[in-house]
Design a protein. Sequence first.
Length: 144
Amino acid sequence: MASTISYNSTIKLGVATSGAYVLPTVALGEVTSISFDGVAQSTIEITQLSDSVKKFTAGLLDPGSISLEVNLDQDDATQALLFAASTDRTLRSYLISFGVASSGGMTVSGLGIVTGFSVKAGLDAVLTASFTIKCTAAYTIAAL
């Protein structure tokens, strides 16, 4: 049984050019969690009055969302990119590397827009920031 370990997972972000994917090169710093919820298949009902059981066909694919949590670092250029993206409505390229090649890691890459940003403070805790990126269009999954 294979075990893919999540250490060394990273996310890189960049600006898309003319709506096209551009390979991002700078990793987001201080990441404590990355969650990619993946694709969801919508359905279209095609049931007719003469049917006794509902029928469906495949609709459009929803490419999902990415949720990130980071330790807030005002000096991190990629965190600054995310802060700006939370209000500038600009399409971003992303490249997530889950795990490492030696344990069967994988990458997910594509385009998205930042749709959420929040900051959390607590007792005996560092400031953390959370971001949500809504994926748009198709994405690519590949082995590391």
